[in-house]
Design a protein around this ligand. Structure first.
Ligand code: KDG
Ligand code: MG
Length: 411
């Protein structure tokens, strides 16, 4: 019998935070592919979809037929889309690309068309309780070579503002509590007006103290109404952001038209999208400057390379999502694609802990403000299943946000 898939292993592990890894085994001894199917806070839903519904469909199939397998798992199952199924699909997709690269003896950037650049401009995060603390963190990042930094600051009265360290930081990524009985962290006292006053002052401070050279970014995390987003984007114009990220909820792409008309601040959007269809109007009507889907939540490289190709003629560049809550295989896929497409913009990155690197070695290397792709065949990432067993899954939740009156706001 010709080459075929023999088994799909789903590895749920918590080397400091939860990950779902996929290992697609083949009939050729020693030939397997590695993928990442981590969905922060909903890991077991994806693991179950993979084990119960996806894996049985794959055994016996030719791993070389990536597009056909993608279509089978998307359209062929009738119930398509959504973060759980698209994350499961991404895990399989990455593993199949990994197998194809290993068979060809080529790194994925080569298989995807060859290098258009040597490395991918990367950005890291800086955050603090006040402007000075953020400034100091940006300086530290610049000392490490970063030329682009995402900056977040605590909003007065909002306890644990997104991305600003302390309890909020710890909870911002579905960290489990030591006893495994975590409850959602509540970011309390959110006030959009206060946020709208604070953020422009942060950037005024950063430009005054750091100058014009460093690229600055900011993540709104989908918290504003259309008219509030217009206010923020226009107030930030003097500080020349690289981009303002996810200013609006993902449900109403028409709101971006209002935003576009009111400001020249570059806009990035997309980490909550789960397919190219959600990206389409934003790209084809040039309502955004950067598309920043998560390869791990839109069905992997197969979907991402199509999105990049659609975006290219509309002068929309890529900024694939790259937080710590997706695993090294997705980060590796990001950088292979970044280095093979013409319309790459920037790459969000994370430094993985020693424990994550032990379980899943091969994350892209950071040097001089950029990420460098591996030249090993395939993704260049592996999974140590024995190490993974030493870090069992622990339940964790994403935080929730409440306003001063107790009502829920978007996290
Ligand atoms: O799981 C949620 C995180 O991935 C998200 O909060 C990270 O917004 C994020 C970013 O831009 O990295
Ligand atoms: Mg974000």
């Amino acid at each position: 019998m010709s080459l075929h898939i023999t088994e799909v292993r789903v590895i749920v592990t918590c080397p400091g935070r939860n990950y779902v890894f996929v290992k697609v085994m083949t009939s050729e001894p020693g030939l397997y592919g590695v993928g990442d199917a981590t969905l922060n806070g909903r890991e077991l839903a994806v693991a179950s979809a993979l084990r119960e519904h996806v894996a049985p469909l794959l055994v016996g199939r030719d791993p070389d037929r990536i597009e056909d397998t993608w279509q089978l798992l998307f359209r062929g199952t009738y119930w398509r889309g959504g973060p759980v199924l698209q994350t499961a699909l991404a895990g399989v997709d990455l593993a199949l690309w990994d197998i194809k690269g290993k068979r060809a003896g080529m790194p994925l950037h080569s298989l995807l068309g060859g290098k258009t650049r040597e490395c991918a401009l990367a950005y890291t995060h800086a955050a603090g309780r006040d402007f000075k603390e953020v400034e100091d963190q940006v300086r530290r990042a610049m000392e490490r070579g970063f030329r682009a930094v995402r900056t977040q600051v605590a909003v007065p009265g909002s306890i644990g503002t997104y991305g600003t360290g302390g309890a909020g930081e710890a909870a911002s990524a579905a960290w489990p509590s030591p006893d495994g009985e975590a409850m959602p962290f509540v970011e309390a006292g959110w006030d959009s007006s206060r946020y709208l006053r604070t953020v422009p002052r942060l950037f005024e401070h950063l430009r005054n103290t750091l100058g014009d050279e460093v690229e600055l970014l900011h993540d709104v995390h989908e918290r504003l109404s259309p008219i509030e987003a217009c206010r923020l984007a226009s107030d930030l114009e003097p500080y020349r952001l690289f981009f303002l990220e996810d200013p609006l909820r993902p449900e109403h792409s028409d709101s971006f038209r209002v935003l576009r008309r009111s400001s020249t601040t570059p806009i990035a959007m997309g980490e909550l999208f789960t397919s190219k269809y959600e990206c389409l109007p934003l790209i084809t009507d040039q309502l955004i400057d950067y598309i920043r889907c998560d390869l791990g939540h839109i069905g992997g490289l197969t979907e991402a390379r199509k999105i990049a190709a659609i975006a290219d003629p509309f002068q929309v560049r890529t900024a694939w999502h790259g937080p710590g809550d997706i695993g090294p295989p997705t980060h590796a896929a990001n950088v292979h694609l970044d280095c093979a497409i013409p319309n790459f913009g920037i790459q969000e990155m994370t430094f993985f802990s020693a424990a994550v690197n032990e379980v899943c070695p091969g994350a892209p290397t950071y040097r001089d403000g950029a990420l460098w792709p591996s030249d090993a065949p395939g993704l260049g990432v592996d999974i140590d299943e024995e190490a993974a067993v030493r870090f069992p899954y622990k339940r964790g939740y994403l935080p929730i946000v409440r306003k001063a009156d107790g009502s829920l706001h978007d996290w």
